[in-house]
Design a protein around this ligand. Structure first.
Ligand SMILES: Cc1ncc(C[n+]2csc(CCOP(=O)(O)OP(=O)(O)O)c2C)c(N)n1
Ligand SMILES: [Mg+2]
Length: 543
């Protein structure tokens, strides 16, 4: 039997899972793995400029493609990845994070070993679905299988694995092992589904609220909508039911007109959604009763709203079986008209709020093909027209930070562009958020990604300006930022660039920039274009 290094065994195992890219920053503490990936030359290694970027890229890679993998160094390297792991955990993104550790003889001894940190496994456990330490060379591949299985098992999430540097370089016997499938959840009983179908059959104005747990349930959700059940979506689940469907309430859950529909509804099914604070005015929106919750996680039951009934199961399976039972249901024309009116009012209110920027939303939609991927950072634009006005017809074509952290947009865009090289990516960022990971512009260029970065330049933190204006009697602190000349920055990086100063130019510039093949940057000079009003997500109170 032949022996190989653990690093090589890891590379071969990743290949068996058809991993197409590994994002990372190389270091003395991960070189045996990086070297094996490099020598085998089957997996694309994307050198991110920071570990936060690498994990965020892997997160996006999984969301729009297949299992994303990030490679970081011990200690500060792993620490730099934490914010990005928190986002993946929040979004339920399965990804594999491989990181180093000091030599096993010096573990947990405060030995002053290079890159040593006090308790790496604890901070990895706190920010991942699970975290494992490899303690012997023989354990490395089995633990990798377990980590991937754990990441892919519902409810999914990121899993970290730390491997002491001497173990990465140690020899092991290579025994080919097949990829391990995720655990299959127990099905919900037929009786429970019959009972829910019965509720739906008798309800006059039922509503379905869908969250990230329904991302693969598009067929079932459409059949339910076809059977007369309007669907309101979390921002994450946008496109599961195309916006073009007449019974799609899109993600207008915070609109007055849609809240009015809630008040008249006599049944709400909440499928695979956290009913997040930003989407329920800090859990104060009155949701219809009875409220039936479906979630794969037993601990999600009654999490933010007390449910009248709870079904623990995979939303794709439950909604599919529910739709099978509803084929004869007759839609109600008056209800359909009310839904259409609510959507029209919500859209009109949003268009009025965003003013000139509605033209930017329209320009992005006109230029970006339907299978194109729109990525947005947390910005005034992202939280207004980018999250709700821009029509979305397919799931996972509006990618964003679910935990609400700024600075992920560029790296999310890069991960999407690497995972889906044939699909165009448009990434929307603010000048403030871009500053957190501005070095990743170099990654975008080096990887020659087909991606347009729209930089909304308002010279500071627009969202915070709005919040301070509303909640702090107009007092403004710490929002004004020194902002680079983005045209010069693009030139310095080797990025094709445009600047827009007038709303009427959005359509022309976006068509050109999206038509350009390669890394491109469109700067929007917001003070010239006009005001964009936003005072933070609707909430019950600030604190
Ligand atoms: C990691 C993190 N730090 C701070 C915040 C608070 N925050 C929310 S929006 C925002 C401003 C973002 O500025 P920019 O990217 O320029 O977008 P704009 O608000 O100007 O549209 C800040 C600081 C946050 N959400 N996440
Ligand atoms: Mg800004």
């Amino acid at each position: 039997m032949s022996t190989i290094t653990v690093g090589e065994a890891i590379a071969r195992t990743l290949e068996a899972y058809e991993v197409s890219a590994v994002y990372g920053v190389i270091s003395i503490h991960n070189l045996p793995v990086a070297d094996a990936i490099g020598r085998r030359d089957k997996i694309r290694f994307v050198p991110a400029r920071g570990e936060a970027g690498s994990v965020t890229m892997a997160d996006a890679h999984t969301r729009v493609g297949s299992l994303g993998v990030a490679l970081t160094s011990t200690g500060a390297g792993a620490g730099n990845a934490i914010g990005a792991l928190l986002e993946a955990l929040n979004a339920g993104t399965p990804l594999l994070h491989i990181t180093g550790q000091v030599e096993k003889d010096y573990l947990d001894r405060d030995a002053g070993f290079i890159h040593e940190t006090k308790d790496q496994l604890t901070f990895l456990k706190a920010s991942s679905k699970a975290a494992y330490r490899v303690c012997t060379p023989e354990q490395a591949v089995p633990l990798l299988h377990r980590a991937i299985r754990e990441a892919m098992t519902l409810p999914r999430g990121p899993v970290s694995i730390e491997i002491p540097i001497d173990i990465q370089a140690a020899q092991v016997e290579w025994v080919e092992t097949a990829p391990v499938a995720p655990a299959i959840p127990a099905p919900v009983s037929d009786d429970a589904i019959d009972a829910l179908a019965e509720r739906l059959a008798t309800a006059k104005r039922p509503l379905l609220w869908i969250g990230g747990g329904t991302l693969e349930a598009g067929d079932a959700v459409r059949r339910l909508a076809d059977a007369g059940i309007p669907v309101v979506s979390s921002t994450h689940a946008r496109g599961v039911l195309p916006d073009s469907h007449p019974r799609s309430l899109r993600a207008f859950h915070n609109a007055d007109s849609v809240e009015a529909l809630f008040a008249e509804s006599d049944l709400m099914i909440v499928a695979g959604s956290r009913l997040r604070s930003n989407e329920t005015k800090t859990y104060s929106v009155e949701l219809p009763r009875p409220l039936v919750q479906i979630d794969i996680d037993p601990a999600a039951a009654h999490r933010n709203y007390r449910a009248d009934d709870f079904l623990c199961g995979d939303c794709t399976d439950v909604l599919g079986r529910l739709a099978d039972r509803l084929t004869g249901r007759t839609p109600d024309a008056a209800y359909d008209a009310a839904v259409a009116e609510a959507v029209s009012q919500a859209e009109q209110a949003l268009r009025t709020q965003v003013g000139e920027y509605a033209k930017l939303s329209d320009a992005v939609r006109a230029a970006l093909p339907e299978d194109g991927i729109f990525v947005r950072d947390i910005t005034v634009s992202g939280s207004t027209w980018g999250s709700r006005l821009l029509p979305i017809q397919r799931p996972l074509t509006n990618i964003h930070s679910l935990a609400g952290a700024i600075g992920l947009g560029l790296a999310h865009g890069i991960g999407c562009a690497v995972a889906q090289p044939k699909r165009k990516v448009v990434t929307l960022v603010g000048d403030g958020g871009l500053a957190l990971g501005v070095g990743e512009l170099a990654t975008m260029v080096q990887e020659n990604l087909d991606m347009v970065l729209i930089v909304m330049n308002d010279g500071g933190y627009g969202v915070m300006r709005g919040i301070q204006e509303k909640y702090f009697e107009g007092r403004q602190y710490y929002n004004e930022l020194h902002t680079p000349d983005f045209q010069q920055l693009a030139d310095a990086m080797g990025i094709q660039r445009w600047r827009v100063r007038h709303g009427d130019d959005f359509a022309g510039v976006l068509a050109e920039a999206v038509g350009y093949h390669g890394p491109a940057l469109v700067e929007v000079d917001m003070p010239s274009v006009g005001e964009l009003k936003f005072s933070g997500p609707p909430q019950k109170k600030l604190y």
